[in-house]
Design a protein around this ligand. Structure first.
Ligand SMILES: CC(C)(COP(=O)(O)OP(=O)(O)OC[C@H]1O[C@@H](n2cnc3c(N)ncnc32)[C@H](O)[C@@H]1OP(=O)(O)O)[C@@H](O)C(=O)NCCC(=O)NCCS
Length: 188
């Protein structure tokens, strides 16, 4: 049986592994691509955001899924650009340049939705209700901390994930150019 708990500092490499294994075929099969994907989408949160991240841990307490959340878009913009973008640039120049723009949508919508998230579970743990449980824990936690809103960006092709987010209270804000931006107002 798997259990949900807060993320810890020593979870970082398992969180990066889950990111790599859920980021598509190229990421699974090519270690360099996998390393790049985890640097782009998981390392920052696993290093900076213990207070607002959860992991799904297996019987041996090893993370097999995560819900990563940064409640403060300003902090993300500052630290991600200063610490992570240069590291990503070293791995892949084009990806580094692309990543510099990652904070832009979060900053544009930050006045209403200051928090953002990433959620992924290893395939064998999907569709067991764990994602919903983690999401409900996070929403309760953010409301208790008076965070006004939470947003995310998903691939528009990922209809399963979009259905999952809608069921958990998110509304579609923008769905163009292959990107779906969804958000939830936590003041209501
Ligand atoms: C999306 C995800 C976090 C949902 O967590 P979960 O524990 O599987 O979801 P729950 O069991 O609580 O709810 C089931 C719903 O999740 C979604 N879901 C399940 N497997 C999925 C998958 N492989 N890809 C996308 N969505 C999936 C579906 O909406 C499903 O509802 P359905 O049975 O009516 O189709 C999880 O399935 C996952 O990690 N998927 C792969 C990675 C991914 O797409 N992450 C989101 C990136 S934006």
């Amino acid at each position: 049986m798997a259990t949900i708990r807060r993320m810890r500092a020593d979870d970082i490499s398992d969180v990066e592994y889950v990111c790599r294994m859920t980021a598509g075929e190229k990421s699974i099969n090519d270690e360099a691509v996998g390393r790049l994907m985890s640097s782009m989408f998981s390392t920052y949160y696993a290093r900076e955001c213990y207070d607002s991240c959860y992991v799904l841990a297996d019987d041996s307490d090893k993370p097999v899924g995560y819900l990563l959340c940064e409640p403060d878009y300003r902090r993300f913009s500052k630290i991600f650009r200063k610490v992570d973008v240069p590291e990503i640039y070293k791995l892949d120049k084009k990806a580094g340049l692309r990543c510099w723009f990652f904070p832009v949508p979060y900053s544009l919508m930050g006045w209403k939705y200051p928090a953002h998230l990433h959620i992924d579970l290893l395939p064998e743990y999907q569709s067991g209700g764990y994602g919903t449980k983690m999401m409900q824990m996070l929403l309760e936690d953010l409301r208790a901390k008076n965070v006004k809103g939470l947003m995310l960006i998903a691939g528009a092709w990922n209809t399963g994930a979009i259905r999952f987010y809608k069921r958990n209270g998110f509304k579609m804000v923008f769905n163009k150019l292959g990107e779906a931006v969804m958000a939830i107002d936590l003041t209501k």
